[in-house]
Write a protein of this length. Structure first.
Length: 302
């Protein structure tokens, strides 16, 4: 019995050491301040509603007060997205400098050194990061102070250990430009809007630095939970004509992305209506996807 207790204690200690060593990283010392003007704020609003709202925007409150993240296994704990409003007590952005927000978005490393994989956008253009921060500092009603909290994130020991093993911050990249060529812009948007996060094989196999190396890239299959607990499987959006969107016209694709209406069905959450994307941006995503190799991967929509 003593040996078993010693082994258990040793394993727990090893887990704690791994967790401590693997989940805290150096943060930024930069004094960067975002450039703020009306154009930047407006563009930042479109970016924030397109990229961040899926997790942080609460439709009931009509504010960025956060939500429960339903797809984290119960054995790993409970996770909630942060309140992004100007609340002094509950708002995350009030506690961060512009430089710390930029560093978090680029590397996944929070101000306290924790690694937050779901925040990672290493390939985002500097101008887009700037404009998101400019919007987050604005007086938009969706950011008005609210002390509402979705909940307190709590990882179990298993969750902490898993996060420790998986912690892999991206190197900070500067001078990243937003592409202008339609196909290159489409690839950029698939990356930074996060289309491939949901429309690939597994959330655990996402390659944030080289998205195309993600397993099952854009071929669908990830299973999500809706608010009522029902399952939903992400679609294959490669240009395969039998199991993907190879038969979609450019107009079909735009209606699906911006209005939630596919040719043969109405799309459901967690697929949002990306109303803040411009038609040019949606056309660029379509142009890029149509250059990809079709992947035959039948997905059953429940």
């Amino acid at each position: 019995m003593e040996n078993k207790g010693l082994i258990a204690s040793s394993l727990i200690l090893a887990g704690v050491i791994i967790i401590g060593c693997k989940t805290h990283f150096d943060t930024t010392t930069s004094d960067y301040k975002a450039v703020v003007n009306s154009q930047n704020v407006e563009h930042g609003k479109a970016l924030t509603f397109t990229i961040c709202a899926g997790c942080h925007y609460n439709h009931e409150a009509k504010k960025f007060t956060g939500n429960p993240i339903l797809d984290v296994p119960g054995i790993a704990g409970k996770v909630y997205s942060a309140n992004l409003t100007h609340s002094a007590s509950h708002g995350m952005t009030a506690k961060y400098s512009d430089a710390q927000i930029r560093y978090l978005l680029k590397t996944g490393v929070a101000k306290d050194g924790r690694f937050l994989a779901y925040m990672l956008r290493p390939n985002m253009a500097d101008e887009d990061v700037n404009d998101i921060i400019a919007f987050l500092r604005s007086d938009d009603p969706a950011l008005a102070a609210s002390d509402r909290s979705a909940g307190q994130t709590h990882y179990t020991l298993i969750g902490k250990a898993y996060n420790g093993f998986e912690a892999n911050p991206a190197p900070y990249r500067s001078n990243v430009k937003r592409p202008t060529d339609p196909v290159a812009l489409g690839r950029y948007l698939v990356d930074n809007v996060g289309c491939y996060h949901c429309h690939s094989k597994s959330l655990r196999s996402i390659n944030s630095i080289n998205p195309e190396q993600t397993k099952g890239y854009l071929a669908g299959g990830i299973k999500f939970k809706s608010e009522n607990g029902a399952g939903i499987t992400a679609s294959n959006i490669t240009p395969d004509k039998n199991t993907g969107i190879g038969n979609y016209s450019k107009e079909d694709f735009l209606k699906a992305v911006k209005h939630g209406r596919a040719p043969n069905r109405t799309l459901r959450p967690p697929m949002d209506k990306f109303e803040y994307l411009t038609d040019r941006e949606v056309d660029a995503i379509y142009a890029y996807i149509m250059t990809l190799t079709p992947k035959n991967n039948p997905v059953k929509h429940i």
